[in-house]
Design a binder for this molecule. Sequence first.
Ligand code: HEC
Length: 170
Amino acid sequence: MYIKDKDQVDEYIKYGHLKDKEPPASQLIIMPAFESRLSNSEILILKAYVLAVNYWGAPAKGEVAEGLDLVLRHGCFSCHGVAGSGGKTNPGSLTGYIPGWLGNDFKELVKNDDEFVEWVQKGTISRFENNAAARYFMKRQTIKMPAYKNILSKESISKLHAYINWQRIK
Ligand code: HEC
């Protein structure tokens, strides 16, 4: 809530406050300055993390904003990672991790809008159900994609998709 511009994140990490705005002397707990302890590239990595977990840049209203709200309310990130970055361990699955929404995995797993709807409604897709090898790994994996068909309407699913597409083209 203190950040108006994304470069202010670097300032907080480096100086513990905005460059030209020292905290009041009366402030009991002050943020430490990390400038001398972290390299520039470490600061950039931290900045990227802070922006990602705060959904920096997401529109405040419209379909994409509503999609993000649904993603947060339905716990999608608890499996698919921060901003759908994927990579959480899933023993027994083909790759060993839960796929994300950002990289190439998504293109392989979601070929079109119908497959996206299928994934969210059924937790699987018929293309994989009809393939013995894919079926084997889907059954065996520890964490399974839940079926949201009784919880999410088609309209909500299309908002989820709008949010994911918006994330992907950035
Ligand atoms: C309990 C963990 C869990 C939750 C919660 C979850 N998913 Fe998944 N999801 C998975 C797993 C595991 C897969 C991979 C399934 C497979 O390969 O069989 C997956 C696959 C998918 C895919 C296929 C493509 C890809 O790259 O991820 C989409 C799309 C997807 N989930 C969307 C969602 C959405 C939207 C939500 C929230 C409404 C959600 N998931 C919630 C575990 C979860």
